[in-house]
Design a protein around this ligand. Sequence first.
Ligand code: GCU
Length: 373
Amino acid sequence: MDASRGTLPEVFVCSNGLQVSTPEDWRRFRRPEIVELYREYVYGREPVGRPDSLRFQVVMEEVVMQGTAVHKQIDIEYTGVGGDGRFRVHIYIPLTKSKVPAFIYAAIKGQSVSEVKLEECSSYWPVEDILSRGYAAVSYSVEDLDPDFFDEGYRNGVHGIFDSRDRLRSPDAWGAMSAWAWGASRVMDYLESDSLIDSERVAIVGYSRSGKACLWAGALDERFALVVSNNSGCSGAAISRGKAGERLLNINRGNPHWFNDNYKKFNEREDELPIDQHLLLSLIAPRLLYVASASEDNWADPESEFLGLLLAQPIYSLHGFSGLDADQMPPVNSPVYGERVGYHLREGKHDLTRYDWKCFMDFADRKLKHAYS
Ligand code: GCU
């Protein structure tokens, strides 16, 4: 490996020196330790899981597309020390005789997921394509969990609902990424209650900033059977050590509200991090994992994203699954698969396109629809 990457933290070596060599020991010793390292140094600690107060309100439900699908809007509501909160989930489900697998999309930057015009497939959220391939299309906007684009001191969103106001925020308090990941798990809570959905076969897709959050959601919540991270770059799928394009200093200055305060101590000191992103990807194993890059996305750095996935493969091998059928970056628009992992490098810029979705669904058709039957 390129010397600029320095020494990367080991997947199988615990902080006390214990070498893990079985799936059982991974689960018992190393996996929980890595989760804690991410809580402590990167995303922060979420103060609540599924709140007792969680409620689902059906806002609307109607049959659409000439009787072939149902469209629902559900408000997910909760109450904490700071009062009541809610966010809306938009769901399209193809009507078939059996329960259907689903793709959840964590929308960003005000992308419209409420006004989907079914006859005009949107590139970032191609609902008709998804339905035609037999999946439910489920989406929520991360900004409904915690506002983005400005650092409001964690007063709004779920931080305002669940954080105590009489204490100072600690350096490992949860940031926006963690709030967005928390939202993904609450969507999953709802899907488990919907009789039309096969909740054992739910994929979560994030793009760019939400690609980072979805990896964290998938690491924490093992109900997600497939995790897809599209162009997630720095602090997503990309290895931080020796990374090109965006570095920790850039992301922590540009978006200080995304991560916890401890993370900022590693600006220009990536080598001292007790983790690197192959460890985050390893937390998804042995479930399905798909990483996607774009050839002109230099800020995210496709090489480092691909390397993150390559370096996560030993954990799949430990569970008896073959790795990617490639040890070099594949050519553009040529997806490569292993038994439980997939990767493609799309030609073009930072984006989430219909082609990307086609690749995610090709992978899911082969692996998600059948892998667990
Ligand atoms: C910025 C940020 C990236 C992020 C991207 C996005 O470019 O630096 O880390 O992935 O925004 O979410 O669009």
